[in-house]
Design a protein around this ligand. Structure first.
Ligand code: MN
Ligand code: MN
Length: 464
């Protein structure tokens, strides 16, 4: 008979059990994480930061025919928008690889390909939102602009405007409440139409009073002087408007972080940091930082792309191992955020089966909506294996699911990995205000996600 404390399960806050030494490690980890967040506000910036950190740890680009051996550290850069890293293990690749896969794109506002117009003597950029947003959250707050302009000759101009204190910022206006009689009657989803998400970018006219588009002309004059571009260059640009504020501590106790892009950079950074901290693993470790998750994982840099098979194939080839055999024996932690229980909105969650802030990395056996639609669902064997790894390595964790059965649900990249015959389970940081411009996560949960992924990378036992 187990003792009375073990007979019944009780979810506990990490604060109840963590030592002062480990709390200090968690705080230090979160300072690095915040630093990463502030420099990586887009998928492209995340890849650039990740490569910078990886090369410092001895990772080099994976090239065909490369001489790989245990301990080799390699990465593959997918067009600057997705990244895969690996450390070759001591065990043969036919034993499978140990994967942690997260995504580095976040909900935001993309500029349309013909964005610039003038109306009412003001200049604007038209946008199209990317991923699932609540449109009303993106008005009346400063936004910065990140991305690339690619000229016809192939020259790439990197843009990040608004991050420097002296930079201008951009804002989408909202209607004053005094004139909001009709707007108030609309439902939340319709009160701010997608076509009204237009960034205010200037008001100063150029040239003669009789001229047309004088404010628009001012904007193009400034952009031409700064970047050497003309209006047509927007057609081959990827510019993203993102929330301006850097990551900050939340609460008098500073126990939480508010930031843009916890989904999914809290898990992407955890997976990246884990593989960077890993030395001479038994099993080959693979870290995937995918793009396009928020729009369905389609496209070259998304998790449905063949980029992943190609990477596995290049790892297997020097050892004469069949990639399919390697995948079949592999295991994947799909590292993505989960929704934390929010006492302000208790009705949407099953309290018992929802992650609680500060109770550790959330493990989701399945995602999906209603009748588990669209989930790959991990096996009970995989959950048991992970329980054992986490418990033996002091990783605080909790089971979770996303919302009440009939309320809705969400997906991750788990199913795209599982459909490749890789046993896959979702783990990640519980988040409040998910998909809002600023999301909230517990520092200790962020740290435990890193610790959990690292423990799995270090695992010696075979995959399930
Ligand atoms: Mn996500
Ligand atoms: Mn998301």
């Amino acid at each position: 008979m187990p003792d009375k404390d073990e007979l019944l399960y009780k979810k506990r806050k990490i604060f109840e059990t963590i030592s002062d030494e480990e709390k200090a490690l968690a705080d230090a980890y979160c300072e690095e994480y915040k630093n990463f967040l502030n420099k990586a506000k887009t998928e492209r910036e995340s890849v650039a930061q990740a490569i910078r950190l990886a090369e410092r740890q001895g990772f080099a680009p994976l090239t065909p025919g490369m001489d790989l051996k245990a301990g080799s550290k390699v990465y593959s850069n997918i067009g600057g928008k997705a990244l895969m890293l690996a450390i070759i293990g001591k065990a043969p690749l036919s034993d499978g690889v140990n994967i942690a896969a997260a995504h580095i794109d976040s909900p935001r506002l993309d500029l349309k390909q013909e964005p610039l117009y003038e109306d009412g003597d003001l200049a604007f950029f038209k946008t199209q939102y990317y991923g699932g947003i609540k449109k009303y959250q993106w008005v009346a707050q400063p936004l910065s602009l990140h991305g690339v302009l690619v000229k016809k000759n192939g020259e790439v101009i990197h843009v990040a405007i608004g991050e420097d204190k002296d930079d201008p910022v951009f804002v989408i206006t909202d209607l004053l409440p005094h004139l909001g009689k009709d707007q108030y009657k609309k439902n939340l989803g319709e009160a701010i139409p997608g076509e009204s998400l237009n960034l205010l970018i200037g008001s100063q006219p150029t040239g003669e009073e009789k001229d047309e588009n004088r404010v628009k002309r001012t904007i193009m004059k400034i952009l031409n002087e700064k970047y050497g571009i003309t209006e047509q260059d927007f057609m081959s640009a990827e510019l993203e408007a993102v929330p301006l504020m850097d990551a900050r501590d939340v609460g008098f106790d500073g126990s939480m972080i508010v930031a843009y892009g916890h989904d999914d950079r809290s898990c992407a950074y955890a997976a990246l940091k884990a593989i960077l901290d890993l030395e001479a693993p038994e099993m080959t470790a693979v870290c995937v930082l995918a793009d396009k998750e928020e729009t369905g994982s389609d496209g070259v840099s998304g998790m449905q792309s063949a980029m992943f098979e190609d990477f596995i194939e290049e790892l297997c080839e020097p050892f004469g191992v069949k990639p399919r055999a390697c995948l079949k024996a592999s295991f994947c932690l799909s590292a993505d955020v989960s929704s934390a229980f929010d006492p302000n909105f208790p009705d949407v969650s099953d309290k018992l089966n929802t992650a609680k802030l500060g109770c550790g990395v959330a493990v989701m056996k399945y995602s999906g909506a209603r009748g588990k639609g669209g989930t790959s669902e991990a096996s009970a064997e995989a959950v048991a294996m992970l329980r054992s790894v986490f418990d033996e390595n002091g990783v605080a964790w909790q089971m979770a699911s996303l919302g009440k059965v009939d309320q809705g649900g969400g997906g991750t990249i788990a199913k795209y990995m599982a459909n490749r015959n890789v046993e896959t389970i979702d783990v990640g940081v519980p988040v409040l205000s998910m998909h809002a411009p600023y999301e909230i996560a517990s520092k200790l949960d962020c740290y435990m996600t890193y610790k959990g992924i690292l423990a799995n990378y270090k695992r010696i036992c075979q995959n399930v």
